[in-house]
Design a protein. Structure first.
Length: 391
C-alpha cells in the first residue's frame, strides 16, 4: 500500500536509490560508476576525497568485494544527505532552423535540417557514410559556416567571448590530436587553464579519472594508451570544463562490443547529471547500440533529415523483421505460409522480411520455433531507423 504522506524523491535521491539497487543485486562495477555520478553532483570536496579513497581501495583490493560494497554504501548514505540543486532543462539549449549547407560545384548538399536540442538528452546521429553527419556536427559546433537557416543557443549565462563559447560547446572529432606528458598531468593542466581553484584541481581530476575508468592509466602517456582509452581521456578533458553541449563524432570507432556498451552507458549517465546536465549528440555507425541509449535519433540520408517519430510507426505500418539464418528463402516462405508475408529481401548476409501490419512479432517467433529453424540473430526493426536503410 502506498504511503501518500511520504515526500516525493527528487532526482538526486532517485539516482541514489538506483545505486543502492545495483549494489543489492551485485552489479558492482555499474553501481560504482553510478555512485561516482552521484558524488560528482554534490560538488563537495570532502565527499570527492572519500570517493577517491574508495576508488583506491577498490583497485588495490579487487578480491575484497564485500568490504568494498560496505564502504560504498556508507559513502552513499553521506551522498544522500547532500542537498543537490536540480538544473532546469525545459528550454532547448540549441535550436537549428532550416540549416542548409552546399559546397560549390559539389553534388552533395546538407539540409534543410531543423532540430531542437535539450540538456539531459542524448541524440544519436546516424546515416550511411557521406550523408552529412560530420558536416552537421561541425555546423552545430560553429566550426564551419552554413548557407541558409539560423542557429541559436540558450546557455546558462551570457557568452563573454569565443573562448567562453568553446567551453560551453565542445566538439570531439573521431581522430584527436596527440598530447604529451602523463594523462593525469594533462587533465590538471586543463583545469588550471579553466579557472578551477588550485586547492581543488588534484581532487577534481582524480575523481574524473576514477569515473571514466582511467585509474590504472593515470600515469601513462599518449603512446601507452589504446584508442579506447585515448577517447576516454578526451571525454575526461572535456567534462572537466563542464560543457553544456557535447558533440561526438564516431566515439565508438575502434572499440570492441563490450567497450561500446560501457562508454554509451557512461555517456548517458553523465549527460543526465542533476546539476550539470549536458545535451549530447553523437554520430555512429553502430545503429542498434546508439538507438538503445538515445532519447532521439536523427537520421540523415542524402543530406536530408528524416525524423524517427513515434507517429511514423502506427498500426498501419508493416512488421519488418531482420533475420540471420542458414536456411533458404524458399524454406522461410514455407515457414511463414500461414502469416501475411509480403516480401523477403536477402542482402547476402541477412534476410529482411516484411509482413502485413496485422501480423504480430510473437507469431513470427512461434512459427520459427515450431519449424525448428536455426537462428543466429532476429530483430524487429519496424520502429528502428534501421528500416530507413532498406530499399
Amino acid at each position: 500500500m502506498k504511503n501518500f504522506n511520504q515526500p516525493l524523491m527528487n532526482l538526486h535521491q532517485k539516482r541514489v536509490e538506483e545505486v543502492k539497487s545495483f549494489f543489492y543485486n551485485n552489479d558492482i562495477n555499474l553501481g560504482f560508476r553510478k555512485l561516482l555520478d552521484c558524488v560528482t553532483d554534490t560538488q563537495n570536496m570532502i565527499i570527492y576525497k572519500k570517493a577517491i579513497e574508495l576508488t583506491d581501495f577498490k583497485e588495490s583490493n579487487p578480491s575484497k568485494i564485500e568490504e568494498f560494497v560496505k564502504k560504498a554504501n556508507d559513502l552513499l548514505l553521506e551522498v544522500n544527505q547532500i542537498n543537490v540543486s536540480e538544473t532546469n532543462v525545459s528550454i532547448p539549449v540549441l535550436k537549428a532552423v532550416e540549416i542548409s549547407k552546399s559546397y560549390g560545384n559539389s553534388k552533395f548538399a546538407l539540409g534543410p535540417v531543423s532540430v531542437e536540442i535539450r540538456k539531459r538528452q542524448v541524440y544519436g546521429l546516424v546515416g550511411e557514410n557521406g550523408n552529412g553527419k560530420t558536416t552537421l556536427l561541425r555546423i552545430l559546433a560553429k566550426e564551419i559556416s552554413f548557407n541558409q537557416g539560423s542557429l541559436n543557443f540558450s546557455f546558462n549565462s551570457e557568452l563573454k567571448n569565443d573562448y567562453d563559447l568553446r567551453t560551453r560547446l565542445i566538439y570531439i572529432p573521431q581522430r584527436t590530436e596527440r598530447w604529451y606528458g602523463s594523462l593525469k598531468d594533462n587533465l590538471k593542466f586543463v583545469l588550471a587553464n579553466y579557472g578551477a581553484k588550485p586547492e581543488e584541481i588534484e581532487t577534481r581530476v582524480l575523481l574524473m579519472i576514477a569515473r571514466l575508468g582511467l585509474w590504472k592509466y593515470k600515469h601513462l602517456q599518449w603512446n601507452e594508451l589504446s584508442s579506447g582509452y585515448k577517447m576516454r581521456f578526451e571525454l575526461a578533458r572535456t567534462l572537466l570544463r563542464k560543457p553544456e553541449i557535447l558533440l561526438l563524432d564516431e566515439p565508438l570507432a575502434n572499440l570492441d562490443v563490450l567497450a561500446q556498451q560501457v562508454i554509451l552507458e557512461d555517456l548517458k549517465a553523465i549527460a543526465n547529471s542533476v546539476n550539470n546536465p549536458i545535451a549530447l549528440i553523437l554520430s555512429s555507425q553502430q545503429l542498434f547500440e546508439v538507438e538503445k541509449m538515445s532519447d532521439k535519433v536523427i537520421f540523415l540520408k542524402n543530406g536530408r533529415y528524416k525524423e524517427n517519430l513515434e507517429q511514423d510507426v502506427t498500426e498501419a505500418s508493416d512488421l519488418i523483421i531482420e533475420l540471420d539464418t542458414k536456411v533458404s528463402r524458399e524454406q522461410l516462405q514455407e515457414v511463414f505460409a500461414n502469416l501475411k508475408l509480403q516480401k523477403i529481401i536477402y542482402n547476402g548476409g541477412i534476410y529482411v522480411i516484411y509482413f502485413h501490419n496485422s501480423t504480430d512479432f510473437h507469431e513470427v517467433i512461434f512459427e520459427l520455433g515450431k519449424s525448428q529453424i536455426p537462428l543466429t540473430y532476429i530483430r524487429n526493426i519496424s520502429a528502428s531507423t534501421r528500416r530507413f536503410f532498406m530499399n
